[in-house]
Structure formats: C-alpha cells, structure tokens
Design a protein around this ligand. Structure first.
Ligand code: NAI
Length: 327
C-alpha cells in the first residue's frame, strides 16, 4: 500500500464539499490504490464547524478503506500543513446588490491569506486547485503570494465548462458522449469563456464537419455553456454542486494522469493572446503527475480571436480591480 497523501479542502462543509469528499475518500480522485488523509478547513463560525463535524461523522460511517485520517479545523495553518493537494473551494458568495469589484476584493482577502499559508506550510510537492469564484482571479492572487511554490502549481477549474460543452456537442450530433474529444475551454470561468468547438472532434472527424450549423455553434452552443451555471440556479434554486465536485475530481484526476489532455486555467505566458500573468483556461497535456505543458498549436479564426479577446479583457479588468492584492 502506498503511503497516504494529504488533501486539504477549504469550504469542506459547503455544498460542493459535501458532493466531493466522499468521492476523494472512495478513490475517484487519486486512484483505488492511493490512501488519503483529508484535512478539512472551514470558516471560523460555530455553525460551519458543527456542519463539518457532521460531514466527518458521515465520512467515518462510510468505512472507506482508503481514508486514513480526517483533520477538522478552522485554522488554515493546521489544515494546509504538509498538504500535497490544496483544493480551495471556500469563498464568499455574491450577495444581492453586491458589485463584482466588492466580490473580487472580499474573496481576494481570503486567497491572499491562504496563498501565504500554503506557501509556508504545505508539502514541497504541493499542488493547488481553485474552485471558489471568481476562480481565475482568486488563483492568481493566491499564486502571487507564493515565494517557495512556483506559479505553475496553482491552477483554477474550468473543467465544469469543458464537461458541459462536451455534453452539448454530443447531444447536438446525436452521438455518445465519449465520441466527442478535444473540446477545450479558453479564458475566464464566467459567461465570457470560450468553448473552442473548431478543434473538437466527433468520432475522429472535425466537430464542424459533423455539426455544420455554424450559427448554432457560434450562438446557442457558446451561450448555453457560458450561462449554464445561471440556468442551474434558476432550475434548482441553488448553484451547481454535484457537477462542480465531479469536475474537480476530473480536473485533479487528469492532472495526475500523464498524457491526459484537458482544460485548466493556468498562468498565461502570452499564448493565444492572453495577457501575461492572468490565469486563463487553455488546453494542457499532463507530463508527469501534477505537472503539465500548455498545448499551443491550435490556430484561431476571426470568430475565435474575438471571443479570446473578450474573455482576456474581462480577466485583465478583474486583475485591475485587485491590483493592490497582487505581490
Ligand atoms: P457554499 O456556500 O455551499 O459553501 C462554501 C463553504 O465555504 C461554506 O461552508 C463556508 O463556510 C466556507 N468558507 C467560506 N469562507 C471560507 C474560508 N475563508 N475558509 C474556509 N472555508 C470557507 O458554496 P458552494 O456551492 O460549495 O460553492 C463554493 C464556491 O465554488 C463558490 O465560490 C462558487 O461560486 C464556486 N463554484 C465554482 C465553480 C467552478 O466551475 N469554478 C462551479 C460551481 C461553484
């Protein structure tokens, strides 16, 4: 049996946490031969910590053979200690009438603190995946605090958008989901992100030769994927949780699987016209467990270029809102 890895999860008693932890403990994220110790971090409020206690009791009651320990804490320096993976889900939700700038700043403060503490106490091989919104910018803020851990270790999640896009293409083409490959998400995890349909394949053929309705691809397809989160809130009365947790399982699973090709938001080095230093969704190939290279070869047509420019503009604006928080 391998030695256990330590997985820190913030917002562990929230809705995504509740849909996620049991899957990590069952082996879905790191494999059926990889034991885990869950280090669960919640906000320092009695209600949150009490809820966390209940979640930990349920984890115990599952008798997962791979689960070798549970830490419950409201202290990030305890929760991130020696963590190999830090899954940052906890964030302040956008309240009624709250401006985007205020949301960015309120959450920015959380991610400054967490970035500094992870850099100080997490394992030497620590990887960080950010889900809490605005995920790209929160990830950039956390990464900017780190002196020991390189910026490439900090990724933000756009996998839910990728999964949504894959399903929409399969439905439109009337094919099995697994026939759709190489659909990647560029830019921000927000309605501005771009699902690049032109490079996707369906049963090995270009998606655009199978779905010839260009107006649908450029219009309803992009809009459905971009506004899916709002559609789920309207239908369910609560934001996506199980699908978000599932996407995080996929995000990490792909990142620990050499050869996997997938979308994550990473520090831009200018590829695809993204401003250097914003965290933008793009296609990557996992090289060794936890490491990846950006796939840079995809040509973009005028439509794609305009979408990339729009989502880049939003990321640059978000960065400007929190400029004083970036080291
Ligand atoms: P939730 O409100 O159910 O849970 C959030 C939890 O985080 C709460 O239990 C809260 O007490 C905790 N928390 C808040 N501040 C914290 C801190 N500083 N340290 C530790 N814990 C803290 O929210 P839910 O539905 O679980 O969503 C979490 C985040 O994920 C939200 O920001 C949401 O917008 C985002 N999200 C991102 C998606 C993506 O694709 N990137 C998809 C869906 C949601």
């Amino acid at each position: 049996m391998k030695p256990p890895i330590r997985v820190a999860v913030t917002g562990a008693a929230g809705q995504i946490g509740y849909a996620l932890l049991f899957r990590i403990a069952s082996g879905a994220m790191f494999g059926a031969d990889q034991p885990v110790i869950l280090q669960l971090i919640e906000a320092p409020f009695e209600k949150a910590m009490k809820a966390l206690e209940g979640v930990a009791m349920e984890l115990d009651d599952c008798a997962f053979p791979l689960l070798k320990g549970i830490v419950q804490t409201d202290k990030p320096e305890v929760g991130f200690k020696d963590a190999n993976w830090c899954l940052l889900i906890g964030a302040k939700p956008r309240g009624p009438g709250m401006e985007r700038a205020d949301l960015l700043k309120d959450n920015g403060k959380i991610f400054i603190g967490q970035g500094q503490i992870i850099d100080a106490v997490a394992a030497a091989d620590a990887r960080v995946a950010v889900v809490g919104n605005p995920a790209n910018t929160n990830c950039m803020i956390a990464a900017s605090q780190a002196k020991r851990l390189p910026a490439e270790r900090f990724t933000a999640m756009v996998r839910l958008d990728q999964n949504r896009a894959q399903t929409q293409l399969a439905k439109k083409a009337g094919v099995d989901l697994t026939a759709v490959k190489d659909i990647f998400i560029y830019g921000n995890h927000s309605p501005s992100m771009f699902p690049s349909f032109a490079h996707a394949t369906i049963n090995g053929k270009p998606a655009t030769s199978v779905i010839t309705d260009t107006a649908w691809l450029q219009g309803p397809f992009c809009e459905t994927v971009g506004k899916r989160g709002a559609a789920i809130i309207a239908a369910r009365g609560a934001s996506s949780a199980a699908s978000a947790a599932n996407a995080l399982v996929d995000h990490v699973r792909s990142l620990v699987t050499p050869g996997a090709v997938h979308s994550i938001a990473v520090k831009s080095n200018g590829a695809y016209g993204f401003d250097a230093n914003v965290w933008a969704g793009m296609p990557v190939r996992t090289t060794t467990p936890g490491s990846y290279e950006v796939i840079t070869g995809y040509a973009m047509d005028d439509f794609a270029k305009s979408k990339l420019a729009a989502t880049n503009k939003e990321l640059v604006e978000e960065r400007a809102f929190v400029a004083d928080m970036i080291k």
